[in-house]
Design a protein around this ligand. Structure first.
Ligand code: PMP
Ligand code: GLN
Length: 386
């Protein structure tokens, strides 16, 4: 078998969810909410299953959804988009795969900012690319212009840029977007902009898509996911948005990955994007409240909690919380002995990762958060130095 897959471990999300089930633990590991999806969109999906088509959708997506995505981004960010810019995919994971396959040739280099979402590096390598990592440093996780510029070489083809950022919960600011854009323009790079968390920004902050920065519309592949916008992670409806010169090759890469995506879920997502703008602000408030509750509870239990401005993740500093175990050892012990699953951050960076941080998902009901904090407190008691 291909050695890349032969030697690859199972994804940390699958592993931690499996352990959570095995040990009957509270699952704060894999990122999925346990509340908050709009009933209207479920009804729209149910109607579409019974009354709509259940046969292959057009490969680039239902026209109604491609139009709805273009309209959504015109309304929210003033982007000048039409359906021709859009290709619907089976989740952002497929979009990332298609974008990587369509962009790079063997030997091309791709820059990742680590910690980075776990599918990026393996997909780049399987496409024949070479991964160049630029490490963001906790607790600020800021993009350093010099470090990013130093990673660019003659074979660099693309930057894979995730904003808002999983697992840190950072929303990169205007200056940082400017750094990425300036380097991409100077070296004629494509930027694959994984912006699946664009609507899960907290405390009234504003998200700016990278393609809205001057010079970036022609070289950005913007990736989105209905799973995050509507708290329906299992639906796996995503998309790529790019200028026409990029959109054609992207659609051709997509056509031989999955070809097309469930038509009924696509119609429900089209409905949600057209009708659901008013769902976004309450969602942000609920996730903001949930973050506050989890952060406060963990701090009261003696944990050092890092700031989180977006996504439904926050990170805990084990070392500063009096826990000497490395992240993976803590995660394994916590799920087995204290009944709570978390994600070690070292899973997001293969070489020289920070090993003292774990990620917790706060997109949960009060009751789950309360039980999760109690289990974390127990883990701290069992596993701390003192
Ligand atoms: N990119 C990032 C940064 C993510 O956090 C996720 C899922 N949490 C994905 C991609 C995958 O999205 P999807 O479930 O739509 O495939
Ligand atoms: N993206 C989700 C997370 O960060 C998990 C996705 C998956 O399980 N592949 O937790």
């Amino acid at each position: 078998m291909n050695p890349l897959y032969d030697q690859m471990p199972t994804s940390v999300f699958e592993r931690m969810s499996g352990l959570a089930t095995k040990h009957g633990a509270i699952n704060l590991g894999q990122g999925f909410p346990d509340f908050g999806w709009p009933q209207e969109i479920l009804d729209a999906a149910a109607r579409a299953v019974v009354e709509g088509s259940n046969q292959y959708a057009p490969s680039r997506g239902l026209p109604a959804l491609r139009d709805a995505i273009a309209r959504h981004y015109r309304r929210h960010y003033g982007l000048e988009l039409v359906a021709e810019h859009v290709c619907v995919t089976s989740g952002a994971t497929e979009a990332l795969g298609a974008a990587i396959l369509a962009t790079i040739e063997p030997g091309d280099e791709v820059i990742l900012l680590t910690p980075a979402y776990d599918s990026y590096a393996p997909m780049v390598r399987r496409a024949g690319g070479i991964v160049r990592k630029v490490a963001l440093q906790p607790p600020q996780w800021r993009i350093d212009e010099k470090a990013l510029a130093a990673a660019v070489g003659p074979r660099t083809r693309a930057i894979l840029f995730n904003n808002p950022h999983n697992p840190t919960g950072r929303l990169f600011d205007e200056a940082e977007l400017g750094i990425v854009a300036a380097i991409a323009c100077k070296h004629d790079l494509v930027v694959i902009a994984d912006e699946v968390w664009e609507h899960v920004v907290l405390d009234g902050r504003t998200f700016v898509p990278l393609c809205a920065v001057p010079g970036m519309a022609e070289r950005s592949i913007k990736i989105g996911s209905a799973g995050k916008i509507f708290s329906l992670t299992g639906w796996k409806v995503g998309w790529m948005v790019a200028a026409p010169a990029l959109a054609g090759p992207l659609a051709r890469a997509h056509q031989f990955l999955t070809f097309s995506t469930a038509p009924n879920l696509q119609s429900a997502v089209a409905f949600g994007l057209d009708e659901g703008d008013s769902w976004i602000a309450p969602m942000r408030r609920r996730f903001g409240d949930a973050r506050d509750r989890m952060a406060e509870g963990l701090r009261d239990a003696g944990f050092a909690v890092l700031d989180s401005a977006a996504t439904y993740f926050l990170c805990v500093d084990l070392k500063a919380s009096g826990i000497a175990l490395e992240d993976k050892a803590f995660a394994d012990a916590a799920v087995e002995r204290a009944g709570v699953a978390v994600v070690p951050l070292s899973a997001f960076a293969e070489r020289d990762p920070p090993r003292h941080l774990v990620r917790l998902c706060f997109g949960k009901k009060d009751q789950t958060i309360v039980s999760g904090i109690a289990a974390m407190a127990q883990a701290r008691e069992l596993l701390s130095l003192g």
